[in-house]
Design a protein around this ligand. Structure first.
Ligand SMILES: Cc1cc2nc3c(=O)[nH]c(=O)nc-3n(C[C@H](O)[C@H](O)[C@H](O)COP(=O)(O)OP(=O)(O)OC[C@H]3O[C@@H](n4cnc5c(N)ncnc54)[C@H](O)[C@@H]3O)c2cc1C
Length: 286
C-alpha cells in the first residue's frame, strides 16, 4: 500500500487508481478517460472484512462477492448483505469493489444506500496521513467526492447496529437482475413500544409508539445518494402509524431532485420514490 501512496503522491491528478476496473475501464474503452498512470491496488492488502465488535471494517479493495460470502456481514450487517446481492451480476461482483463503487460517486451507487442508512464512514489515506470522513459528507455530486487525488479509500467503517434495528431495502430497476437502479432505497429505525397486534396498535392503528435512530435513504434520484433528512426527521421520535407512513413517503419524494435519463424520467423516479418508501415502511410493520 505504501508503494501505491508513493505513486499517488508523485503523480497526483495524472494518476488514477485501478481496483476492479468495472467502472474505470468502461471509461477508458469509451475513450472518455486516458489515464497517464494507473495505480493497481487489487493486491496491496486492502481486501479484508474485520469484526471489531461494535464496528465492521471493510478494506477499500474488497470485492462485492467477498462481502456477500462474509458471515460477519451476514450476521452483523444484514442490510448491506441484502443490498450487495442486487449489484450487477456475479462477474461484476467478483471484480467490482466497495471502494470503487463509492469513489465513482454515481448517484446510483448501490452500496451507498445501506452504508448511509447505517451511518458508515470512509478512511482516506495519503502519504501525509489519514482522515475519516462520514459517508454523508463524502459525496459532492455526480462523479465527485471530497477525496483528494493523492488519497486512497482504504477502509469503510460500519457501526454495527443493534440486533433489533428494523430495516427494509428494495431496488427498482428496468430488469429484475443485473440492472442499475432506477431508484433503490432503505429505511432503518429503532422502535419502542407497541408493535402491531397489541391493544394500542388495534385501537389507535399505531404500529410503534416511538421510533428512534431513523434514516430514509434513496439513490439515483439526486446528484448524490440521498439521505432524505426531512423524511428521516418525521420518523425519528414519532409514533408510527398509517398516516405518518404516507407523510414520510410524500416528504421523501419531495426531497428528491431527479433528472430524466435513459433509464427513467424524473417524474417516474419521484413517483417511484414515494411508492418505494411507503412500501418499505409497510413491509417493516407488516
Ligand atoms: C455491467 C455492469 C453492471 C454494473 N452494475 C452495477 C450495479 O448494479 N450497481 C452499482 O452500484 N454499480 C454497478 N456497476 C458499477 C461498478 O461495478 C461499481 O461501481 C464497482 O463497485 C466499481 O468498483 P471497481 O473496483 O471496479 O472500481 P474501478 O473501476 O477500479 O474504479 C472506479 C473509480 O474509483 C477509483 N477507485 C477505485 N478504488 C479506489 C480506492 N480504493 N481509493 C481511491 N480511488 C479508488 C478509480 O480510480 C476510479 O475512478 C456496474 C458496472 C458494470 C460494467
Amino acid at each position: 500500500m505504501q508503494e501505491a501512496l508513493d505513486l499517488l503522491a508523485k503523480y497526483g491528478a495524472k494518476a488514477h487508481v485501478l481496483a476492479g476496473g468495472t467502472d474505470i475501464m468502461v471509461k477508458v474503452n469509451r475513450r472518455q478517460l486516458a489515464p497517464e498512470v494507473l495505480v493497481y491496488i487489487g493486491e496491496c492488502g486492502l481486501n479484508y472484512i474485520k469484526d471489531l465488535g461494535d464496528k465492521v471494517v471493510i478494506g477499500g479493495a474488497t470485492p462485492f462477492a467477498e462481502i456477500l460470502r462474509s458471515d460477519v456481514v451476514k450476521q452483523k450487517l444484514p442490510l448491506l448483505a441484502e443490498a450487495v446481492k442486487h449489484i450487477g451480476t456475479p462477474a461484476i461482483r467478483n471484480a467490482g469493489t466497495i471502494g470503487g463503487n463509492l469513489v465513482t460517486a454515481s448517484p446510483a451507487a448501490d452500496s451507498s444506500v445501506p452504508l448511509l442508512a447505517l451511518g458508515a464512514s470512509v478512511k482516506l489515506a495519503s502519504k501525509s496521513g489519514e482522515r475519516v470522513v462520514p459517508l454523508e459528507e463524502f459525496f459532492r455530486g455526480p462523479g465527485e467526492t471530497v477525496r483528494k487525488p493523492d488519497e486512497l479509500l482504504v477502509e469503510v467503517i460500519v457501526p454495527v447496529p443493534d440486533k433489533d434495528l428494523k430495516f427494509a431495502y428494495h431496488k427498482i430497476g428496468r430488469r429484475k437482475a443485473g440492472t442499475l437502479s432506477v431508484v433503490a432505497g432503505a429505511v432503518v429505525f429503532k422502535a419502542e413500544g407497541a408493535p402491531r397486534g397489541t391493544a394500542l396498535a388495534r385501537d389507535q392503528a399505531c404500529y410503534f409508539e416511538k421510533c428512534t435512530q431513523a434514516r430514509v435513504v434513496l439513490n439515483a434520484v439526486a446528484p448524490t445518494p440521498l439521505v432524505a433528512k426531512r423524511a428521516s426527521a418525521l420518523l425519528e421520535g414519532s409514533a408510527l402509524d398509517a398516516e405518518l407512513i404516507a407523510k414520510i413517503a410524500k416528504t421523501a419524494a419531495e426531497e428528491t431532485s431527479p433528472i430524466d435519463d435513459v433509464r427513467a424520467s424524473a417524474w417516474y423516479r419521484r413517483q417511484a420514490s414515494e411508492g418505494l418508501v411507503k412500501s418499505l415502511l409497510e413491509r417493516i410493520v407488516a
